[in-house]
Design a protein around this ligand. Structure first.
Ligand code: 4NP
Length: 155
């Protein structure tokens, strides 16, 4: 089971959406993952995902309503195998927060591009974020399946 943490700034827009999308897609494909999300900042700790993000996700049948924001903690760097940052600023903050001996691999969720912060924009920004996240989740699950099967066909 691969343990994956998705990280953004507030943990109310991008990373909870990524958590919901990745968990749903993994379940549909039968890929064994444990998924959580957190923010590098703690201002929204305890809050549900932003209503605009919840609404955009619900239109695509992802239910984010049970999620609650939390801040990244030092233990995350050993509780997870992979920590994905939504943008370069999140990644830099994560590196600054990583304890000595923190083993989790840290990467950008989109490889070398960023999931833009939709917080101060309009509805289109949330749709764009979901498009990026859905594609990244598919690619990540492909990668995990390939790793698990040593590249052999699975069906
Ligand atoms: P997120 O979006 O990092 O995708 O959750 C944001 C949420 C809140 C704030 C910034 C970004 N904020 O400044 O409160």
């Amino acid at each position: 089971m691969t343990r994956i943490l998705l990280v953004c700034l507030g943990n109310i827009c991008r990373s909870p959406a990524a958590e919901g999308v990745l968990r749903t897609k993994a379940m549909t494909r039968g890929v064994s993952v444990a998924v959580d999300s957190a923010g590098t900042g703690g201002w929204h700790a305890g809050d549900p995902p932003d209503e605009r993000m919840q609404a955009a996700a619900a239109r695509r049948r992802y239910d984010l309503s049970a999620l609650s924001a939390r801040q990244v903690v030092p233990q995350d760097f050993n509780r997870f195998d992979l920590i994905f940052a939504m943008d370069r600023s999140n990644l830099a903050n994560l590196e600054a927060m990583a304890p000595v001996g923190g083993m989790a691999e840290r990467r950008l969720f989109l490889g070398d591009e960023e999931v833009p912060d939709p917080y101060y924009g309009g509805e289109a920004g949330f749709e764009h974020v979901l498009d990026l996240i859905e594609a990244a989740a598919d690619r990540l699950l492909d990668e995990l399946v390939t790793k698990a099967t040593g590249g052999r066909a699975t069906d």
